[in-house]
Ligand binder design. Structure first.
Ligand code: KG4
Ligand code: ZN
Length: 361
């Protein structure tokens, strides 16, 4: 089937046209067209994403992205050969989500095609189906790490989920972004922190860090996370180093590298420890560990998760290819394919689609 997918939940406007069929565990996915415009440069000056600014940008970006995708993918872009339209309806920023939904519904009417709402986090989970490796073995444990979420989800089957643990305050990506801002690094901060931390690890005596941050909730009995205390610990350390100001001295690269490393060590250790506990608890209930969302691009995290999976010989690790770690429309199209295949009854449901900022599994 051919699916036109639209993603506008946060600060990326993305449109893709997929031809997708085959087994859900290992679908044949052909990307006929794929376009994306990031608003990162615009939001960078504010150090985060502003919903109404994001909304305006999505409104501006969607029409040209659709045109480009269809030109890339179709012989007749005026009357494209598609079966369904997929659109993210949550979670995310509601004003931003509404732009995608309104756009998708208008196209659905124009071309008389059904619009399928997709959960953005489900999109992240199934982004791993894009890689060419083995078929996805379910049940699985998914560690979802992004700018808005930090969740451990038991994927019992396609369309059957249970949240085992989640953050009680900041998402881990948000903590990376906030700490980066404190260190005077550009937004989004995750890749910047990661770069500096890797430099610190590459230096002589890299086995010892100059300081160590707390591992929040590491010893709590549940699988929940908390990252706001870690962020505050970084802030206090900065203040104690610099007197009353909270930013490090300009040019103090070694100090920034050590801070980035100490923060990343703490965040990754908690993620890996809780993931280990979830795998132990699930036992035979997990054949695969899926790691997805923007933070899954983090080098240190993926290295530590590979070590973790080596402790569980029956478990396969699946991380999406780099292109699909951050927000994109391909993962939305893949999720729609799964939904249409597994729950065809949704195709009869003609309820209007609504944006759900807090949509959960
Ligand atoms: O999944 P995503 O693109 O958007 C949301 O749905 O939130 O994730 C974006 C987040 C940002 O917080 C960004 O700093 C973080 O992913 N990120 C990283 C890395 N690349 C992106 N965090 C740590 N290390 C990275 N290499
Ligand atoms: Zn996302």
């Amino acid at each position: 089937m051919k699916i036109l997918a639209i993603e506008t939940s946060c600060d990326e406007t993305a449109v893709a046209l997929l031809e997708i069929d085959g087994a859900l565990e290992k679908p044949n996915i052909k990307v006929l067209g794929n376009t994306l415009l990031s608003q990162v440069a615009l939001h960078e000056q504010y150090g985060g994403v502003y919903p109404n600014l994001a909304k305006r940008e999505h409104q501006k970006n969607l029409p040209p992205l659709l045109e480009e995708t269809l030109r890339e993918a179709c012989e007749n872009p005026e009357k494209p050969d598609i079966d369904y339209i997929a659109v993210t309806n949550g979670p995310g920023l509601e004003p931003a989500l509404w732009v995608g939904i309104t756009f998708a519904e208008a196209l659905g009417k124009k071309w008389n095609k059904l619009v399928v709402p997709v959960n953005h986090m489900e999109g992240h989970v199934f982004s791993v189906l894009f890689e060419s490796g083995d078929a996805l073995a379910l049940p699985a444990l998914a560690l979802l790490v992004s700018g808005g979420h930090t969740e451990l989800v038991h994927v019992k089957d396609f369309m059957s989920y249970e949240i085992l643990g989640q953050t009680r305050d900041d998402a881990v990506g948000e903590a990376f972004d906030k700490v980066a801002r404190m260190l005077g690094l550009p937004y989004p901060g995750g890749p910047e922190i990661s770069k500096l931390a890797e430099i610190a690890r590459g230096k002589v005596n890299s086995e010892t860090t100059t300081f160590r941050f707390p591992r929040p909730m590491m010893h709590s009995k549940n699988l929940d996370f908390s990252f706001s205390g870690l962020k505050t610990a970084v802030l206090y350390k900065l203040k104690s180093e610099n007197g009353s100001t909270s930013s490090p001295q300009v040019g103090d690269e070694g100090f920034k590298e050590d801070m980035a490393r100490a923060f990343e060590d703490a965040a990754v250790e908690v993620l890996v420890d809780k993931t280990r506990r979830a795998l132990v608890e699930l036992g035979d209930g997990a054949k695969t560990l899926i790691v997805a969302g923007g933070v899954s691009a983090n080098l240190h995290l993926s290295r530590e998760l590979r070590k973790l999976v080596a402790e569980f010989p029956d478990i396969t690790l699946k991380i999406p290819p780099r292109l699909l770690t951050t927000d994109n429309a391909i993962m939305i199209g893949i999720s729609a394919f799964i939904k249409i295949s597994r729950k065809p009854e949704i195709l009869k449901d003609k309820m209007p689609i609504t944006a759900q900022g807090n949509l959960s599994f």
